[in-house]
Design a protein around this ligand. Structure first.
Ligand SMILES: Nc1nc2c(c(=O)[nH]1)N=C([C@H](O)[C@H](O)COP(=O)(O)OP(=O)(O)OP(=O)(O)O)CN2
Ligand SMILES: [Zn+2]
Length: 160
């Protein structure tokens, strides 16, 4: 029987957000350099002589998908729930906004990213999102229901 292996690729993106109603400094508009760790798990390609022999997935193919689905839409954007007072001005002035429809905590963002990548057909095992150099949230793909993460109960996501 062939064993499974895990591979991980890291990404970064910069974004701003605001946790409306937060009892602390994160109630202000502020930014982060997010660090994203995407872990895939599965069996490697066994076919001798092919480009992907011994790979679970070519890191460059993974990079292409994560860039298209996650990095390009979120990098240098304002990550919005939709209840931020600043949102109207940002939209009116054509600033880059990712209107996510859920509270943009590290927990919800990691679930969103994991669900997006799973939906793209990747064999995702887990997603870890570092919000600061000292704080991260992690979600296992197996724990995300087929209908999507729990944040959907509280708000639609028009970014999928
Ligand atoms: N469980 C969570 N707690 C907090 C979140 C979150 O997403 N999930 N988010 C924030 C803020 O957005 C921001 O990340 C501030 O976090 P914090 O760790 O307090 O940031 P510091 O700059 O103070 O980090 P230090 O390394 O401790 O200086 C708040 N909480
Ligand atoms: Zn923050």
């Amino acid at each position: 029987m062939m064993n499974e292996v895990s591979v991980c690729k890291m990404f970064t993106f910069d974004a701003a957000h605001q946790l409306v109603g937060h009892n602390g400094k994160c109630a202000n508009v502020h930014g982060h350099t997010y660090k994203l760790e995407v872990v895939l798990k599965g069996k490697t390609v066994k076919e001798a002589g092919v480009s992907d022999e011994g790979f679970l997935m070519d890191f460059s193919d993974l990079k292409k998908i994560v860039k298209e689905r996650i990095i390009d839409p979120l990098d240098h954007a304002f990550l919005a729930m939709g209840n931020e007072a600043v949102l109207e001005t940002l939209q009116r002035t054509n600033a880059k906004v990712a209107l996510l429809g859920f509270r943009t905590t590290a927990e919800n963002l990691s679930s969103y990213i994991c669900h997006q990548l799973k939906s793209a057909g990747l064999p995702v095992y887990s997603v870890k999102l570092w919000e600061t150099p000292t704080a991260w949230a992690e979600v296992l793909a197996s724990e995300i229901p087929d209908q999507g993460p729990a944040y959907r109960v509280y708000g639609g996501c028009d970014f999928e």
